[in-house]
Design a protein around this ligand. Structure first.
Ligand SMILES: [Zn+2]
Ligand SMILES: [Zn+2]
Length: 185
């Protein structure tokens, strides 16, 4: 995985892993591989435990109450995880690593998620990381929409909330939803 200037691949990987925590080393390796991460050494139970700890720390960033707190938590994660950046071409393409060489996957994920989240937030907006607005859906997503006002994890949740808000309106008689404008997904 090459960190793009906005870091959204890394932040999307973090959201995916947090929403459905990997259970085994094989699953962790496969999902990171699918996301484009070069897996350099055998993945172990330690990596799974480390990944889960990284994600738990990352979720405090998602749930931060304001921008200052969010920035502070990102900075803490960066300070704990990142080494000085360096150029490498181990995949055949020159790119930056924010970590020392020869690290296990759990540590690679820590640095990647910390730096990717920092790039995403400063590049697109500090508010663009949240949970779905449907209360019974806890799904985390990175908002990469054009407007930066994405409220739902999916169209399914957007529709669900539209129906609920419609039903909650005073005088509801089961009118069609067609009069309402489209929800921002
Ligand atoms: Zn690399
Ligand atoms: Zn949702």
């Amino acid at each position: 995985m090459h960190l793009n200037p906005y870091g959204h691949d890394a932040v999307n990987l973090a959201a995916d892993l947090a929403n459905h925590p990997p259970q085994t080393p094989a699953e962790l390796a496969a999902r990171c591989g699918d996301a484009g991460l070069a897996i350099e050494s055998p993945v172990t139970e330690d990596d799974v435990a480390r990944a889960r700890a990284v994600l738990a720390q990352w979720e405090t960033i998602v749930d931060a109450s304001d921008e200052r707190e969010r920035a502070e938590l990102v900075n803490r994660m960066l300070a704990e995880s990142a080494a000085y950046p360096r150029l490498t071409d181990h995949t055949g393409v020159w790119h930056l690593h924010y970590r020392d060489d020869g690290q296990p996957l759990g540590s690679v994920l820590f640095a990647l998620i910390a730096v990717g989240t920092a790039l995403h937030l400063v590049g697109r907006g500090m508010h663009r990381l949240r949970r779905c607005a449907v209360p019974e859906c806890d799904t985390i997503f990175a908002d990469t929409s054009r407007t930066g006002r994405q409220r739902y994890c999916s169209q399914v949740c957007a529709n669900r909330d539209a129906v609920r808000r419609h039903r909650a309106r005073p005088g509801h008689r089961g009118q069609s939803l067609a009069k309402q404008g489209p929800s921002i997904v």
